[in-house]
Write a protein that binds this ligand. Sequence first.
Ligand SMILES: Cc1ncc(COP(=O)(O)O)c(C=O)c1O
Length: 469
Amino acid sequence: MDDPYAPARDALAGDGLAGGAADSDPALLAARLDEDDPLASFADRYRVPDGVLYMDGNSLGPASDAALASLDRVVDEWRDRLIAGWTDADPPWFEVGERLGDALAPLVGADPEEVVIGNSITVNIHTLVGTFLDELLAGNGPEREGFEAADGTWAPGGDPDTDPAVLVNELDFPSDHYAVRAQLRQRGIDPDEKLRVVESRDGRTIDPRDIEAALAAHDDVGLVFMPTALYRSGQLFDVARIAEAAHETGAYAGFDAAHTAGAVPHEFGDAGVDFAVWCTYKYLNAGPGSIGALFVAERHHGLTPALAGWWGHEKATQFEMKMAYTPADSAGAWQIGTPPLLAAAPLEGSVELLREAGIERLREKSLALTDFLIALVDDRLPDVSVGTPREHAARGGHVALEHPDAERLSAALSDRGVIVDFRPPNVVRVCPAAPYTSFADVLAVVDEIESILESGVHEEYAKNAGGVT
Ligand SMILES: Cc1ncc(COP(=O)(O)O)c(C=O)c1O
């Protein structure tokens, strides 16, 4: 079949639900889509509890049989082999960072040595933003014209005329700003001056033209650090376009891919991305607090990481325990300390499963699921608006449903086994993740929202009862 998911797209275009076509009955349409779904059988390999409609995989992905098996294997190795596991386990723990980096690389369009697992997103932002600020301050940044610092006169010490700025946006995940500000501060650069923040026009999205305009307006931007998708509205960014605009003005381009890695295919290599960070506990389904991951383009290998540690040392000589630090000539250099094996082990199984499904097919199904969801919301929920862009090219893996009583709605949904999350002030994020969600599940979620809003049962919940779920 050419495109098994076409009926979902047609439904959003108005041909299926409201448009009066043969499949205007959503239950029939969902059944047909599920029957033709080439990924349908993958759901059996995830452990979503019976009676739960899990729509929160953009916060914490569920366990899979494969992830639990790779975790069990490492636990057994720890029990049976003790310290020898570092070298004698199969495969040895020592190379876990590089090995799982290799497994992740195809999902982000990178060469194996450009990806490694290690640390957490926030720590990886610290070390990578720090590294690239150091490069700018050493006069080694991308070629640029006009700004005085082009010839290497950027120097630490708080001279606003020559200090490099970092361009971010106001809808970023807060931790990213905390880390970038700290890295500026640590180089004597005033973040209030040099953290340049692109504003949103609508409170939901960032217009890419505003990123370009900020670059044109400020010739001091040395690093553009943007998300691949916004955590609240789910807007997907055009990574290649941003990287190109950054490079044209002599800035590096780094990305936080937390909300796309494992859900949206990337081409970091072809797009010219300098570095990227992401987590593995969302769409990569490796478990709560699982290890982070990062990409550093090959052309930057050999730089000295801002946060250096022995695990980023050249592997062949790491155990010579020399005081002189020789960074690995790969993204592996940005590892810091001993990798948390038990927080990395599930990733092996969970990534295998995603690779078996195929990232391109997962993306196609994800778009179909969110097409179907948006079509149902348009058709059935007059008091709910969709805060996520409708164009596929600007839509990540979840849909932001906006309702004035979003917090109480999300609490009521949770009591009915529909796990979503609330993001202040008015957003319920619904994530029908492709590996384990059916079209019938999406319909059931909308049925629940409709019945809650029509009955008003959510009004029985105390305001601010649940907090952020
Ligand atoms: C977009 C984004 N960036 C950064 C973070 C922080 O990640 P960590 O707690 O792993 O450092 C999160 C956490 O959910 C996130 O969603």
